[in-house]
Ligand binder design. Structure first.
Ligand code: ZN
Length: 203
C-alpha cells in the first residue's frame, strides 16, 4: 500500500505558506510505515520543534489502474475518508530551501492519520463536502472539497500517469487554510459532514 499526497490544492493554503500556485498538482509519497496505528497517540518526533497538522479528505483506491481517463476515475474508488498529513514544518523548510526531497518531513512514522471510511454513496456531491478539524474543541480548519484546484477524479487521472494505482492505496487530496502547530496534550478531532472520523491525542 502506498500513500500519494497532493500539495497546494487549495488556494487559501497556498497563500498562507507564501507558495506559488502550481500549474500541475504537487505530488509526494508517504511510505506505509507512516500510517499511525488506530487508537494510538501521536508522538511529536524529537527532530522537529514545529510539527503541523494538515487535515485532508482521503480517497481509497479499490482496483489496479494506470493512465486512468478522468471520465473513468470514479470507477476506481468507493470510499471517502479524512486524515491528517502531519508535517515537520521546520525540517520541510530546510529541505525546500536546499531543493531537497521532503520525505523526512512528511513520511516519518505516524505522519499519516487515516480515519474511518464512508461510502461514496453517502455524499450527494463529492465536490461539495464540508470537513473540519478541531483542536481542543476549537475549529482550526474548515474546508470544502469545492475549493480544491484539482478535483478527486482529476487527481486520480493525473497521479496514475506516473504511479500505477493499486487496491488499498490512499490519496491525500491536500489541505485547506488553517494549518498550525501541535503541542503535547493537544486533542484533535476530524469530521466530514459532521460525522466524526478520527480523534487523537498529541504526546
Ligand atoms: Zn498535505
Amino acid at each position: 500500500m502506498k500513500i500519494i499526497c497532493i500539495g497546494r490544492n487549495y488556494v487559501d493554503h497556498i497563500a498562507e505558506l507564501n507558495n506559488e500556485k502550481p500549474s500541475e498538482p504537487v505530488v509526494f509519497i508517504k511510505p506505509d510505515s507512516a500510517v499511525l496505528p488506530k487508537e494510538q497517540d501521536f508522538y511529536i518526533p524529537e527532530f522537529s520543534q514545529d510539527v503541523h497538522y494538515e487535515v485532508e479528505v482521503l480517497v481509497k483506491i479499490k482496483k489496479v489502474g494506470k493512465h486512468i481517463d478522468v471520465n473513468f476515475a470514479k470507477n476506481y474508488y468507493d470510499e471517502i475518508g479524512l486524515g491528517i498529513d502531519f508535517t515537520a514544518r521546520d525540517l520541510q523548510a530546510q529541505l525546500k530551501e536546499k531543493g531537497l526531497p521532503w520525505e523526512k518531513a512528511k513520511g516519518f512514522d505516524g505522519a499519516a492519520v487515516v480515519g474511518a471510511w464512508l461510502p461514496k454513496s453517502h455524499f450527494k456531491d463529492l465536490n461539495n463536502i464540508n470537513f473540519q478539524l478541531k483542536k481542543n474543541n476549537e475549529v482550526v480548519q474548515d474546508g470544502n472539497t469545492g475549493l480544491m484546484i484539482w478535483k478527486i477524479d482529476e487527481l486520480i487521472s493525473y497521479v496514475s500517469r506516473y504511479f500505477m494505482l493499486k487496491k488499498g492505496d490512499i490519496i491525500f487530496t491536500g489541505t485547506p487554510a488553517g494549518v498550525g502547530k501541535v503541542k503535547a496534550e493537544d486533542y484533535l478531532v476530524g469530521t466530514l459532514e459532521n460525522t466524526e472520523l478520527f480523534s487523537l491525542n498529541i504526546k
